[in-house]
Design a protein around this ligand. Structure first.
Ligand SMILES: *Cc1c(COP(=O)(O)O)cnc(C)c1O
Length: 430
């Protein structure tokens, strides 16, 4: 690694790593561990199960069972970015995954897809569905629910993934056990317990919580561990968001091209959600998409995995970075091997942002456009200026469309959000 980059990382300063491994999509698309066909299969599974989801989750009724969010124009944030030096010709939009129905975070797609994969596999084996084309609404009937009640889903989580697996899994009738790491917020645990999931609290970090869950599930065929660090089902579920970008851009009246690229700013923990979105986005848009991860300065897991080439073989703790951060969704010091393998040639760059900045950005998003974001999601807002200042690829000398990927926050309880705004105010003065 470059000496200046290492020094910046060690000092927990914001950095911008430009990925030298980035390749044109046509060169690498057939060499990746996750394929376009895999992500399309996930999209088709969402479509097949939409009628069941509309029946099980009243919130999904209006959208007929499709879990999606729009691209929003954010005039207030755009004005602030332009005032701070973003070229006037650049446009700024927000991917509103913080408002995804049912679970209020980017984990909705990945978690739901992983749950549906288990449910479909078991239902086919058990004869609850006659074949893949059978009417999935049969799984809302008492016989199916009784069967699922004897099956347990388990997952390790910093909060939002547990919430997604817990709420969707319970909705289908599964028993659910969520192993929560130390940083998981009390309100997320409370919500899970209210949904009927069992929450196991761990004093250790996220990787430790996952390790316990993984070990417990080994050799038990009624216990289904959803592995955030390695699950292709999670990854392809996230990837569907990328495949849906062209339709969403069209709906927002936006057109992008290699000359006027779409720059995606993706808050990043273990790398699954940003990895899936980046891969799906680049498969759908090719060289018209540039993808950047954003991580806390105290937990730059994917940045380190890619910059060192060691992927999941490195832990930020080796640099003396221990991971505590206000961004509970990003509090991960070791990246996913699957995500690193997918991002190695797909990602344009990796940024870091301090806790104080994330808190200020929570306040700015609220003041500017009335958004309710958690700090993990607000991290995306640091992207456009950092990328422009890093003098990013020559073609960014041309106009760009910046897409801030808001990954969570709409379900933050009022008191918790008020406290975040107070902290944001304190950071703004300091
Ligand atoms: C989980 C999460 C992310 C990052 O996803 P990873 O798959 O862990 O990289 C980003 N933002 C929020 C709010 C999250 O919950």
């Amino acid at each position: 690694m470059d000496a200046a980059l290492v020094a910046g990382l060690r000092a927990a300063e914001p950095v911008c790593f430009v990925n030298p491994g980035r390749r044109p999509m046509a060169e690498v698309r057939d060499t990746l561990p996750v394929t376009l066909a895999g992500i399309e299969a996930a999209r088709d599974r969402f479509d097949r199960f939409a009628p069941l989801l509309a029946r099980l989750f009243p919130e999904l009724g209006p959208a007929e069972g499709v879990v999606e969010s729009p691209l929003l124009s954010v005039p207030g944030l755009a004005r602030r970015l332009h005032e701070a030096g973003l070229p006037e010709t650049d446009r700024v939009y927000l991917a509103a995954d913080h408002a995804l129905p049912v679970v209020g975070s980017v984990k909705a797609r990945g978690g739901l897809h992983a749950v549906l994969c288990v449910a479909e596999r078991l239902a086919l084996a058990e004869g609850l569905l006659a074949g893949p084309g059978d009417d999935c609404r049969r799984l809302a009937e008492p016989a199916a629910k009784a069967f699922f009640a004897g099956q347990t889903l388990s997952v390790g989580s910093t909060g939002n993934l547990g919430l997604s697996i817990g709420v969707f899994g319970r909705g289908l009738g599964f028993a659910v056990v969520v192993h929560m790491s130390a940083e998981a917020k009390a309100w997320k645990k409370d919500r899970l317990r209210a949904a009927g999931a069992v929450v196991v609290e761990h004093a250790g970090d996220y990787a430790a919580a996952c390790a316990v869950a993984r070990a417990e599930a080994a050799g038990n065929d009624r216990l289904h561990f959803i592995d955030d660090e390695n699950s292709v089902d999670l990854f392809t579920g996230y990837g569907v968001a990328g495949l849906r970008l062209p339709a969403k851009l069209a709906a927002a009246g936006l057109s992008v091209s290699p000359e006027t690229p779409l720059c995606l700013y993706l808050p990043c923990g273990v790398g699954g959600a940003p990895g899936g979105i980046a891969l799906g986005g680049r498969l759908a848009l090719g060289e018209a998409a540039l993808c950047f991860t954003v991580e806390p300065t105290t937990a730059p897991a994917v940045l380190l995995g890619l910059a060192t080439g060691r992927h999941a073989g490195i832990d930020a703790r080796e640099l003396g970075l221990t991971g505590p951060t206000v961004a509970d969704g990003l509090a991960v010091t070791r990246p996913s091997a699957l995500a690193c393998a997918c991002l190695e040639h797909v990602l344009d760059g990796a940024l870091t942002v301090t806790d104080a900045r994330m808190l200020r950005l929570v306040g700015e998003a609220h003041a500017a456009d009335g958004l309710r974001l958690e700090p993990s999601a607000a991290a995306a807002l640091a992207g456009p200026l950092a990328v422009r200042r890093a003098g990013f690829p020559a073609r960014l000398g041309r106009p760009a469309v910046h897409l801030l990927w808001a990954t969570g926050g709409s379900l933050l309880p009022d008191a918790v959000f008020a406290e975040l705004l107070t902290q944001a105010g304190a950071c703004a003065c300091s």
